[in-house]
Write a protein that binds this ligand. Structure first.
Ligand SMILES: Nc1nc2c(c(=O)[nH]1)N[C@H]1C(S)=C(S)[C@@H](COP(=O)(O)O)O[C@H]1N2
Ligand SMILES: [Mo]
Length: 328
């Protein structure tokens, strides 16, 4: 589990200051009767908990060449939280959805300018995906109230999907009879190789494995130093498409690989899996790497594919390590 203060943050505009006493959630659009909920009414509904790994679609962007100007993530934009709230489908069941509804639009309270347009952060989901039993309107994270920076008082949580799906500071849920065409849907979060292309929308997280870097870092380069001998290497692996099938580790930058052991999925189907392996470190310069494959057959590429937004770069992690002889 990621402690709340160590969970990454991605905030497009400003964190809104919300008074929980006057906050309301509105359900409208293609429904029989629009509905409004206050926090107390939502909390009185059946609660549901999901442990989910969330990763920003821009994680790994800094490793793409040429450089893409946006949030310059290396590989830190991922975290695993215990989210508690109500099932979206239970909330939607309090009114009748029109037969011609195709999408559900989620609108946050945060306002800003982007793509030359003033907007509230808003994203949609296909109705079928929105009705999944693990899709939550979350009001708690890791046993405490949702902190302001993570969407207080209520956020959407769609396990397995890239971060942008999980709209924070929810104020409105609208049933749509036509696909949403707002800027966060049609301009951002699409895989495009050139300007003007329509592109593919991003959805579920691609597989990725990350090692806990062994030894100690050098201040500037972040390269590691370890003493020769046996070391336990461990890390976490996840995919939004299917359970992790295998993780492999290398100490020669990916020339040769050996399998790591996977822990059982004790945190449930939507959380990362721990992996570990023994490493016999011999003196010299080593490049550690790891790569995951999931049960749908998706595997990490050596290098991610460049795209305009710098999204979904799940190229393998590489860690430079100087292995030094034991003292004396
Ligand atoms: N309302 C709103 N929701 C949002 C965002 C935002 O800027 N505004 N950022 C999105 C993005 S891009 C990501 S990666 C996740 C990050 O969630 P976290 O900050 O709680 O980790 O929230 C998503 N939901
Ligand atoms: Mo993101």
């Amino acid at each position: 589990m990621t402690p709340v203060g160590l969970h990454y943050l991605l905030v497009h505009y400003d964190i809104p200051a919300v008074d929980p006493a006057t906050w309301r959630l509105t359900i409208d659009g293609a429904v029989e009767a629009p509905r409004t909920f206050d926090l107390g009414t939502l909390r009185a509904l059946q609660a549901h908990e999901v442990v989910a790994t969330m990763e920003c679609a821009g994680n790994g962007r800094m490793r793409l060449r040429p450089h893409v100007v946006s949030q310059p993530w290396l590989q830190e934009a991922v975290g695993t939280g215990r989210w508690r709230g109500v099932r979206l489908r239970d909330v939607l069941a309090t009114t009748r959805i029109a037969g011609n509804a195709v999408e559900v639009l989620f609108t946050g309270l945060d306002r800003g300018l982007e793509h030359g347009e003033e907007q509230l952060f808003a994203r949609s989901l296909a109705l079928e995906a929105a009705l999944d039993a693990d899709v939550l309107l979350a009001y708690e994270l890791n046993g405490g109230p949702l902190p302001p920076q993570h969407g207080f008082p209520l956020r959407l949580l769609v396990p397995g999907w890239y971060g942008m799906t999980n709209v924070k500071w929810l104020t409105r849920i609208t049933l749509l009879t036509e696909p949403f065409t707002g800027p966060q849907q049609l301009q951002s979060y699409r895989l495009r190789s050139a300007e003007g292309e329509e592109g593919e929308p991003l959805s579920r997280m691609l597989p990725r494995a990350l090692l806990v870097p062994p030894g100690i870092p050098e201040f500037m380069t972040r390269e590691r130093t370890v003493v020769a001998g046996m070391h336990l290497l461990e890390g976490r692996a996840w995919s939004g498409h299917a359970p992790i099938a295998s993780v492999e580790v290398s100490d020669d930058g990916g020339g040769s690989w050996w399998p790591a052991a996977l822990d059982p999925p004790t945190l449930g189907p939507h959380a990362w899996r721990r992996f570990s392996t023994e490493w016999s470190a011999t003196p010299g310069r080593r490049i550690l790497a790891c790569r995951a494959r999931d049960e749908s057959g998706l595997a990490q590429p050596d290098e991610g594919t460049w795209n305009l937004g710098g999204y979904a770069n799940n190229g393998v992690q590489r860690i430079a390590v100087d292995v030094i002889p034991p003292a004396g």
